[in-house]
Design a protein around this ligand. Sequence first.
Ligand code: SF4
Ligand code: SF4
Length: 141
Amino acid sequence: MKRIKALLRFPPNRAGKPITYHLVKDYDLRINILHAEVAANRVGVLVMDVEGQEEAIDGATRFVRDEGVEFHIVESAVSWDRDRCIDCGACTAVCPSGALSLDQKDWSLVFTPADCFVCESCLKACPMRAIAPAIGGTPAS
Ligand code: SF4
Ligand code: SF4
């Protein structure tokens, strides 16, 4: 059995595709959705834990790609540049996982990479461009 964290990015014309249904039914994968931002006619993002046989995950990856949806294996959290950060807290308001928070003692930003599931909401929220994407090991895109 293999377990990965995957980020799927849907183009606007693919947002309504029942991708996860097929991953479960056709590839016998166990899916745990960590974050979903999918709406009709907009770019959508889905982050999920995927568990299954290695061949099944490979087949599912090809299926997703053939459907016109990007498939990235997430190997690391976003990266945060302490030197650029001014501790404004804007990123904490949009972080759904709690990976970004403010220290209650001195209100400095605390980043916990292990809790990040790479939804990338914080990238747009940061006025200092102190957070950068970090997607690695992409067998399909
Ligand atoms: S990408 Fe940013 S907003 Fe999303 S979970 Fe990670 S730290 Fe939080
Ligand atoms: S939004 Fe940017 S500058 Fe503000 S606390 Fe977050 S990382 Fe730091």
